[in-house]
Design a protein around this ligand. Structure first.
Ligand code: DHB
Length: 390
């Protein structure tokens, strides 16, 4: 009798032991945040990690009874590394959501893992139109290049810019920017006289800019990824392109708020189109910028930060809506259709495309209180990704 009791309690103890880690696991909700923290795209990682941590500090780390755990890994923006990290996070860490993705090739490399494991993949940075089509588990909170580029191609010919040379980084988002800017400008009676592409890795803009100077267009349209804008601006000014009467225009990546203030007065007057400016004049954004700066030694949030912040919002709200009980499919369903006010302005996640719909602003670099800002002067409301219609 005593033996049987002993045995029974031993079995019970074993069962408890075996279930203990599972219970701990069940009470956790893991977000695998994969970002470039080093290398050419390091500012993207720094901005998004800071924004994600701010969101957690403001909204708590317990949601629907689950303890949120943020696991941050550096993919150095090498897609094979992104993919390996995503696989490890799904298999070993058993993350509930994959998030981050600083550049398009990293987002695309992870898509099959999201699909196979039915894990929502929240793209907070990468902005090539087609990304959301690479997996039904992808949701995007950044923007798309067609979204931004088309607005500028509508503005330019109405403002004396008819002949344009385009200069883009030679990969997904650059090719999107080039294509959609050109199509729309041509439709509006303008002309792209030359389309130049520079390598993504270690670009040397000098020979391209020399060519632009010789071509003498009304404007040079530029897309380079976040972090590369300052180099373009510097060389553009060094070559006296502005004095030769060539205007610099582009998507807001080129006057990235992370770098803008160090670009100098030569950047004054540059017109860009984008979804977020640090100077966006809403009370919510003012609070965001202030809190972000306070938590990060005065750092300005840029468009990457807002993609990360809103991505966390989408994850938190999905977890709330599913009451902490949902798997990947339920979480994904709760991400679709979310509509809310972001520091960028109103936005929503289109339930059909899982892509972001948002305002696109035309902005001009101006000086305020001794600092350079992208000051919004016009808005196109509720812009869907034009790439999805094709
Ligand atoms: C991408 C990266 C960027 O830094 C950016 O500003 C826009 C797009 C990308 O790789 O998709």
């Amino acid at each position: 009798m005593q033996n049987r009791t002993l045995l029974a309690s031993a079995v019970l103890a074993m069962a408890t032991l075996a279930s203990a880690p599972a219970t701990a696991q069940d009470n956790k909700f893991k977000i695998g945040l994969i970002l470039p923290m080093t290398g050419q795209q390091a500012t993207t990682g720094r901005q998004i990690e800071a924004a994600a941590r701010l969101y957690m500090a403001q909204n708590g780390d317990t949601v629907a009874g689950k303890k949120i755990e943020l696991i941050v890994k550096d993919d150095t923006s090498v897609p094979d590394v992104t993919k390996r990290l995503a696989q490890e996070m799904v298999v070993n860490d058993k993350v509930n959501v994959l998030a981050g993705f600083g550049i398009t090739p990293s987002a695309l490399a992870t898509a099959p893992i999201a699909t196979q494991s039915k894990t929502p993949q929240v793209v907070m940075a990468a902005a090539t139109s087609s990304i959301t089509e690479a997996s039904p588990y992808i949701v995007r909170t950044s923007f798309t290049l067609p979204q931004a580029a088309v607005a500028l191609a509508d503005w330019a010919p109405k403002n004396g810019i008819k002949k344009v040379v385009t200069l883009v980084s030679d990969y997904g988002p650059g090719i999107d920017a080039e294509k959609y800017f050109k199509e729309r400008l041509t439709f509006n009676g303008g002309q792209v006289t030359e389309a130049l592409r520079v390598p993504l890795r270690n670009p040397d803009f000098a020979p391209f800019l020399q060519k632009v100077r010789d071509l003498k267009p009304d404007a040079l349209f530029v897309f380079v990824p976040s972090g590369a804008g300052a180099a373009v601006m510097k060389q553009f000014l060094e070559r006296g392109m502005d004095k030769a009467g060539i205007k610099l225009i582009g998507t807001g990546d080129v006057t990235d708020d992370d770098q803008l203030n160090d670009m100098g007065d030569g950047a004054l007057g540059v017109v860009t189109s984008h979804h977020y400016s640090t100077a966006h004049p809403s009370p919510l954004n003012k609070k965001f910028v202030e809190a972000f700066g306070k938590a990060n030694k005065g750092m300005r949030p840029n468009f990457m930060a807002v993609g990360g912040y809103d991505g966390m919002r989408v994850i938190y709200e999905a977890l709330k809506a599913t009451k902490g009980n949902g798997g990947g499919d339920a979480l994904l369903a709760a991400m679709k259709g979310q509509i809310f006010e972001s520091p960028r302005g109103p936005m929503f996640i289109d339930a059909q495309t899982r892509d972001v719909v948002q305002n696109i602003y035309l902005r001009k670099v101006e000086k305020k209180d001794g600092q350079l800002y992208n000051v919004e002067f016009d808005v196109i409301k509720d812009v869907k990704d034009p790439g999805k219609a094709k």
